[in-house]
Structure formats: C-alpha cells, structure tokens
Design a protein around this ligand. Structure first.
Ligand SMILES: NC(=O)c1ccc[n+]([C@@H]2O[C@H](COP(=O)([O-])OP(=O)(O)OC[C@H]3O[C@@H](n4cnc5c(N)ncnc54)[C@H](OP(=O)(O)O)[C@@H]3O)[C@@H](O)[C@H]2O)c1
Length: 285
C-alpha cells in the first residue's frame, strides 16, 4: 500500500511513520511504501504542488498530518490558518478524488463550542469559537464535499514527539516552583501512539466517515499536569489550580471538549487506552 504523509515532521506525522516502518520491518517485507513529505517538499496550500506530487506518485492513501496548530496565533494569522487548515485540505481532497485515493484528515475537538456537559458524538452540532476551530471545520467540510473515500478523525489534547502540554509543564518546572494551571476546562489527553495505531488500522478498511478518536476518560488541564508531575516524581513544584478567567489566552477555548469515540466503538476499532495509562508509558520513555 502506497501512503503519502503530509506534515510528517509534526507530532502525529512522526508517530505514524514510526509505526508504519515498524510494521514493515516486522513483516520483513515492504507492506507500506511510505512517502513522508514536509511543508518544504509538499506545501499543501499550493494546489499545483499537491497535484504534481499526488498525481505522479498515485498513492492508495494520503494521511494529512499538516495543520496550522498554533491556536492563539491563528487569531491574528487568519489568512494562513484558513490557507493551511481549509484550502490545503481542499487541495488534497480534490486531488485524492482524481485518483481514487483514500484521504485521512485529522481534525479537532475545537470544532465544538464546549457548552456541553456530556461527551460530544460525531453527529453533535459543531460551533467553533476560535479561528483554529473554524478553519479546521471548513477543512472537514471540504473533505466531505470533494472526497468520496475519507476518514475524518477528530482528536484532542495531543502529545507525542514535539511541542505539547507535557513538555511545556516539564520545562516550566525547571525554572518555577509554582505553576498556575487551568482547572475548569475539561478534555482528554491523547497519545499520538494510540491515534496513529487507530489511523493505520482504519486505512486498511473501507469504513469511511467521521470519527472521534481520543484516549478514554477525562480530566482538567490541572489534573493532567498533576498526573505528569506525580508520575515523574516531581514534588518540589506547587501546582496552583486557577479558572479560565484568571488565565487570559488569545483564542477562546472550549470549556468542555470531551469526545465520545462512538463510531469507532460501533465498528469495533476503538483501541484507545485510558489517558492515564498512555501518559505513564509516554513519560517512561
Ligand atoms: N496538537 C494537538 O493538541 C491537537 C489537538 C487536536 C487536533 N490536532 C490535529 O492533529 C493533527 C496533527 O497535529 P500535530 O500536533 O501533530 O501538529 P504539529 O506537531 O504542529 O505538526 C503540524 C505539521 O504541519 C506542517 N505544516 C504546516 N503548514 C504546512 C503546509 N502548508 N504544508 C505542509 N505541511 C505544513 C508543519 O510543518 P512545518 O513546521 O514545516 O511548517 C508541521 O510539521 C493536526 O491536524 C491538528 O490540527 C492536534
């Protein structure tokens, strides 16, 4: 199976490649012909680039891991946010359709406004608060409009190899003995290891559609930070729970963005671990 990965130097891209390569070496044959692209080798905002590479390579699957993920920056960098998260995705959808390739689009919990008190399902009403969420939702809509073989997977609070909340907390602890962490926003920390595994399983199927894909359980950012420090045995830093009102951020974030992996569960492919188990394994490494 020939697979093109966009944004392959990002957190999720790196883990997907890692797992595809492991599968190749386990089976002692090249099950996956992997083409990892970056923003310099394949800028998804450029339709000509996208066409040139995808029509030439003729992959069976394109996994789009490219995105403008700096949520606060998106509020001022609006044009780029829409170019990458919406138009770039449209370019991939149109081009994949020309050759009948499957398209995996990774989306976000930020397509919801966070007013719910129960986990969001795939058919819950979307209503993003931020430019990031709005641009990602437009990307989803383009995929639905232009691709007939798509998997849209909404995930949340992702961490892997790269910049993420876990690394930020550990770095902050090096120079601070007290760290303020928001205690009234709830979601589910999700390991790229679990998400990549589910994506790789999905691309082998024709179970097209929209999915929620996060680890199981839920917590606040404060609970998340507490679990990180507790696991690595960091005791000399005080974690101070604060409200969202006390921590002004540029973009408005959903207060509650827990996702229900309802559709994955229905097709028997929800292999996500509990968020705490996945986090412990990540920290051990
Ligand atoms: N991180 C989270 O907490 C989170 C939560 C929910 C959903 N998601 C979604 O999950 C997916 C993966 O996220 P991630 O955390 O792995 O992202 P990431 O680490 O920020 O990586 C994003 C990648 O996209 C690339 N990129 C940016 N603009 C591009 C362009 N025009 N053309 C090609 N590549 C481009 C970047 O490359 P350069 O550095 O070279 O620009 C970077 O390698 C994204 O769709 C994101 O929206 C993430």
């Amino acid at each position: 199976m020939k697979v093109i990965i966009t944004g392959s130097k990002g957190q999720l891209g790196l883990e997907i490649i890692n797992q595809l390569e492991k599968i190749n070496s386990k089976f002692m044959r090249k099950k996956y012909d992997i083409n990892s692209t970056t923003s310099s080798s394949l800028n998804i905002t450029n339709l000509e680039d996208v066409k040139r590479i995808i029509l030439n390579e003729r992959p069976d699957v394109v996994i789009n891991c490219a995105a403008h993920t700096k949520v606060d920056l998106c509020e001022s960098d609006i044009e780029n946010a829409y170019k990458i998260n919406a138009l770039g995705v449209r370019n991939l959808a149109i081009t994949c359709e020309k050759i009948g390739a499957k398209l995996v689009q990774v989306s976000t919990d930020y397509v919801f406004n966070g007013d719910s008190s129960v986990p969001y399902r795939e058919d819950s009403i979307t209503c993003p608060n931020s430019i990031y969420g709005k641009s990602k939702l437009m990307g989803e809509n383009f995929v639905k409009q232009f691709s007939s073989k798509y998997f849209i997977i909404r995930t949340a609070w992702l961490y892997g190899e790269g910049n993420n909340f876990v690394r930020t907390m550990i770095n902050l602890a090096k120079n601070n003995n007290k760290i303020n962490v928001i205690n009234d926003q709830f979601g589910t920390p999700t390991s790229t290891v679990d998400l990549a595994r589910v994506i790789i399983n999905l691309i082998e199927t024709e179970y097209y559609g929209i999915y929620h894909g996060t680890c199981k359980g839920q917590c606040s950012w404060y609970d998340f930070a507490y679990k990180i420090f507790d696991t690595i045995g960091l005791k000399n830093v005080i974690l101070n729970p604060i409200s969202s009102n006390e921590f002004k951020s540029i973009a408005q974030r959903p207060m509650y963005s827990v996702l229900d992996n309802f559709m994955l569960d229905l097709i028997g492919m929800d292999t996500f671990r509990n968020w705490e188990d996945a986090l412990i394994e990540y920290l051990k490494k």
